[in-house]
Ligand binder design. Structure first.
Ligand code: GAP
Length: 456
């Protein structure tokens, strides 16, 4: 499947639209339509349940997007949250220099963590061309800071300059002490947060893979020093298991451990879980052992004591942090790439299908009166009953086959047909999206039937 096909599919069925489309769009901004919004919410709910609610030593947070600018000075983002920018002198196209290498070598060489000089030399030596015009005539690399700046207050002077957060993680670090105190939390414990992050990416690309405005699901796990590598191993596997639980195909997932050269200077270990997107393998989820770096930085700049007193050992120390961080939009893209089958063939039938985890599907059920004139009243009654239990749609236009096809295409797990049997015997026909098998059940059994299938 090509990415272009997925973009068209998402637009046609109300998953994702181009942002500000009636004004000609805004480069790489995307709006989630009614179905995309539900899919995203379901995904976030599943993550929240797994990372925050199902664990005793886990807490949630919803911190501000605009924070004191010193947060970003302390975290190092103001000084070094940048990408290597290179311009083509011929066509003036702007590129991320490390990505030029990655793309030219089909991902075989990653220039993550390389010095600018090293990147320039590689581009020169390997005669890498500008992907836009084919010339090989570049400017030297410049650092381009990714933080979005804005102004708070009434005047646009430098004193009121603030930043849109580049990651949600910093909101967690600056609230570490608040949460430890108010929740009487004992190490090891984790804090999870879901929210928007903003990065002025040089080359946003590949649909919703790399965008300037996106959501992150981040988890900072605070632990005793020297236990960090053990926890790092635990969270790596936990994240992989979660992706498989979501329904992603194992063959499309792999771990990629960062080499020593790639590691940030403060990180002891980092692994990406990569997914095989239509354009090739790409980072889906980053799991990093961030040591005590962030808390130390905030302690130094804020002058607040962020140490932890361990009552078991009578020691005071700065906790270490293991961080699994994933983008909601990027994970939605992986889920759609995995589930969307434009021409799904089985048992001699070819159909367009979104074979997505039932829990993630935007609608769980669609109610279909077989003949509008005769069955619509009863169908509406059943719709009202079901809609209070799970997301339900109602469709009375076109023949029943076409309505089944539409439900398959958007991934709705169950079609419920209302016919004469419903009026006479109080039964409905329920059709399963994946097997296309139909069963007859009583109206009163629908809710339990659907719930048990979704949760099984
Ligand atoms: N707090 C650590 C952190 O932000 P990151 O590797 O820069 O680490 C984590 O980002 C995850 O956020 C990535 O693995 C990816 O899923 C997502 N992400 C990062 N930049 C993104 C972008 N421009 N567009 C969409 N998702 C992005």
């Amino acid at each position: 499947m090509k990415m272009e096909d997925l973009v068209n599919y998402c637009k046609q069925y109300g998953y994702i639209f181009q942002g500000s489309e009636i004004y000609g769009g805004l480069a790489n901004s995307w709006d989630f339509g009614p179905l995309g919004r539900e899919l995203k919410e379901n995904l976030k709910k599943m993550w929240w349940q797994e990372f925050v609610l199902s664990k005793k030593n886990s807490y949630g947070l919803d911190s501000a997007i605009i924070m004191n600018p010193n947060v970003w000075v302390a975290s190092g983002h103001v000084a070094s949250f940048s990408d290597p920018l290179i311009d083509c002198k011929k066509c003036k196209a702007r590129h991320r220099a490390d990505k030029l290498i990655e793309d030219a070598t089909s991902g075989k060489v990653t220039a993550d963590g390389w010095e600018n000089k090293e990147i320039e030399e590689y581009i020169e030596k390997n005669n890498i061309p500008c992907p836009t015009c084919g010339a090989h005539d570049f400017t030297p690399i410049r650092k381009f800071n990714l933080l979005f700046e804005t102004y708070m207050g009434v005047t646009e002077d430098s004193k009121s300059k603030v930043y849109l957060r580049g990651e949600t993680a910093q909101g967690i670090f600056v609230n570490f002490k608040n949460i430890e105190r108010s929740m009487r939390a004992k190490l090891p414990f984790g804090i999870g947060q879901i929210g928007k992050a903003f990065r002025n990416e040089i080359t946003p690309s590949n649909f919703i893979f790399r965008v300037r405005e996106f959501e992150q699901m981040e988890y900072e796990f605070f632990c005793k020093p020297d236990t960090d590598l053990e926890w790092f191993k635990y969270w790596k596997q936990f994240c992989m298991d979660f992706l498989i639980k979501l329904g992603l195909n194992k063959d499309n997932l792999r771990f990629r451990d960062h080499s020593k050269e790639e590691l940030s200077f403060y990180s002891k270990a980092t692994t990406d879980i990569e997914y095989l997107f239509p354009m090739g393998w790409g980072e889906l989820w980053g799991i990093a052992d961030r040591t005590d770096y962030d808390l130390n930085c905030h302690m130094k700049h804020s002058k607040e004591d962020l140490t932890y007193f361990d009552q078991d050992t009578n020691e005071r120390y700065v906790p270490y942090v293991v961080e699994p961080s994933v983008g909601v939009d990027r994970l939605v893209l992986a889920l759609l790439c995995d589930a969307y089958k434009p021409n799904y063939e089985e048992n001699g039938v070819t159909r367009e299908l979104l074979k997505i985890n039932y829990k993630l599907a935007p609608y769980k059920v669609t109610v279909l009166p077989l003949i509008k004139k005769q069955h619509a009243e009863k169908a509406n009654e059943i719709y009202e009953k079901l809609a209070g239990n799970f997301p339900t749609t109602y469709d009375e236009t076109g023949n029943i086959g076409k309505r089944y096809r539409r439900a398959d295409a958007i991934g709705t797990p169950f079609c419920i047909t209302i016919d004469d049997e419903t009026l006479n015997n109080g039964t409905v026909t329920i059709r399963d999206r994946d097997t296309m098998k139909q069963e007859t059940i009583k109206i009163d059994e629908i809710v339990n039937y659907v719930n048990s299938k979704i949760n099984s």
